[in-house]
Design a protein around this ligand. Structure first.
Ligand code: SAH
Ligand code: SF4
Length: 366
C-alpha cells in the first residue's frame, strides 16, 4: 500500500480537544457539560470504560462506546518484572513516515511503581512512567536500541498523551520521565501539547515530569524563557568532545561548552537545576580521567549527575560496567564536590533496557 492510500485512522477520544469532544457529545444527543464529565473521568480519574460513567445518560454512553474509542493504540504485549516494573508495547496506527513509506509505529511505555518520601517526610506510593516521543530516533547513539532504528516517525500529541492514560491504568502516577524512544526536542510541539494536558488535567506537577534530551543548545535557548512544564535532564555521556561526537552522532561538532552554557542559561531563566545524564559504558567512558575531567567541566554548577550503567543492547559492542567500577566513578565525582546519583535500571531481566522490547519483537523467530 502506498503511503497516501493509508486510510485515515478512526478518530479517538484522546485525539479530540475539549471543544471537539463537546461537539461530538452534542452530536450524540448529550449536553455540553457531559463532555467535561467524560474528560474528567478519563484524564483525572483514569476511568476509560464509558459504561462505568454512570452520571452520563445511558444513550450517550452507548453512542460513545460505539463511535469513539478512547485509545488509538493496540497493546501488543505487557510484561511485568519481579520488581513490579511493567512494560507495555503499544502499536499506533500506521502513517506515512519521514521517508515516505508507511511506518510501523510501535513504542514502549514503562510503568515503575515506587515509594516516595515527600518534603514533609511522608512516604507515599506511586509510579514513575517512562514515555516515548518518537518511533525510533534520528540521533543515532550507538549504545541505544532506538538509535539503531533511525527515525520512523514522530508521535502525535495524543499518542504521547495516550501513554500517560494507559500508564495510569496500571496504577497512580507520581512522576514521569520522557526517556523512552526518541529525542523529545525533535518532536517538541507534540510533546508540549501532551504535557499541557498531563499537567492541567491529569494533575502531574511540572516538577514531577523530567524531559531528557541530548541538549540542542539553540532549541534549549528558545524554550528556556517560557515557563517550563518539566525538569530538564541533558544526556552528556562524556566530558571529551571527540568522544561525544561519536556517542551522540547528531550532535557532532556541537561544542560541549555550548551544551553546558545552554544548561546554565536554563537554570538562570527557570530557577530549576539541570541533571546531567551519563551512560556508563565499561572501558569506554568510566575511567578515572573521565570522572576527573567531568568534575572539572561541571565545577561550580548547581546540578546533579545521574550515572546510568549501560543496559546491554545486542550487537552494540558496548559493555555493562561492574558495580565497583560505577561506585568508584561516583565516588570520584562526589569527592570533587559534585552531586551525583546512580540509577541501576529496573526490570532488566524483563528487557526493560530502552528500545529493546520493540527490537526483539521484530526479530524473526530463530
Ligand atoms: N533521547 C533522549 C531521551 C531518551 S533516552 C536522550 O538521549 O536523552 C533516555 C536516556 O537513556 C538517555 O540518557 C540515554 O542515553 C539513555 N540510554 C539509552 N540507551 C541506553 C542503554 N542501552 N543503557 C542505559 N541507558 C541508555
Ligand atoms: Fe535517541 Fe536518546 Fe537513544 Fe540517543 S540515547 S539514540 S538521543 S533515544
Amino acid at each position: 500500500m502506498d503511503a497516501d492510500t493509508i486510510p485515515a485512522p478512526k478518530p479517538t477520544l484522546l485525539a479530540l480537544s475539549a471543544s471537539e469532544l463537546q461537539a461530538r457529545v452534542v452530536e450524540f444527543g448529550g449536553r455540553a457539560f457531559h463532555a467535561k464529565i467524560v474528560r474528567e473521568n478519563v484524564l483525572a480519574k483514569g476511568l476509560v470504560d464509558y459504561e462505568r460513567m454512570t452520571s452520563l445518560p445511558a444513550s450517550l454512553r452507548a453512542a460513545l462506546a460505539r463511535e469513539l474509542p478512547v485509545f488509538s493504540s493496540r497493546e501488543l504485549t505487557r510484561s511485568t518484572a519481579a520488581d513490579g516494573t511493567t512494560k507495555l508495547l503499544l502499536e499506533f496506527p500506521r502513517e506515512p513516515s519521514s521517508n515516505g513509506k508507511r511506518a510501523d509505529a510501535t513504542v514502549e511505555t514503562v510503568h515503575m511503581p515506587s515509594l516516595y518520601t515527600g518534603d514533609d517526610g511522608e512516604v507515599t506510593g506511586g509510579a514513575t512512567l517512562c514515555v516515548s516521543t518518537q518511533v525510533g530516533c534520528p540521533v543515532g547513539c550507538p549504545f541505544c536500541a532506538s538509535g539503531q532504528l533511525g527515525l520512523l516517525r514522530n508521535l502525535r500529541a495524543h499518542e504521547i498523551l495516550e501513554q500517560y492514560v494507559r500508564g495510569a491504568q496500571l496504577g497512580p502516577l507520581a512522576r514521569s520521565v520522557v526517556m523512552g524512544m526518541g529525542e523529545p526536542l525533535l518532536n517538541y510541539e507534540n510533546l508540549s501539547a501532551a504535557l499541557d494536558v498531563v499537567h492541567d488535567e491529569m494533575g502531574l506537577g511540572s516538577r514531577k515530569i523530567t524531559v531528557s534530551t541530548v541538549g540542542f543548545p539553540e532549541r534549549l535557548n528558545k524554550l528556556a524563557p517560557k515557563k517550563p512544564r518539566f525538569q530538564l535532564a541533558i544526556s552528556l555521556h562524556t566530558p571529551f568532545q571527540e568522544q561525544r561526537d561519536v556517542l551522540v552522532p547528531a550532535m557532532k561538532g556541537v561544542p560541549i561548552d555550548d551544551v553546558l552554557a545552554a544548561g546554565d542559561d536554563w537554570f538562570e531563566k527557570t530557577g530549576r537545576e539541570v541533571t546531567y545524564e551519563y551512560v556508563v559504558l565499561a572501558g569506554d567512558n568510566d575511567s578515572f580521567g573521565h570522572a576527573e575531567r567531568l568534575a572539572q567541566r561541571l565545577a561550580g554548577r548547581r546540578c546533579t549527575v545521574n550515572l546510568i550503567p549501560f543496559n546491554p543492547v545486542d550487537d552494540s559492542g558496548f559493555g555493562r560496567p561492574t558495580e565497583p567500577s560505577v561506585a568508584r566513578f561516583h565516588q570520584t565525582l562526589v569527592e570533587r564536590g559534585l552531586v551525583a546519583t546512580v540509577r541501576w535500571s529496573r526490570g532488566v531481566e524483563n528487557d526493560a533496557a530502552c528500545g529493546q522490547l520493540r527490537i526483539r519483537r521484530q526479530e524473526p523467530a530463530q
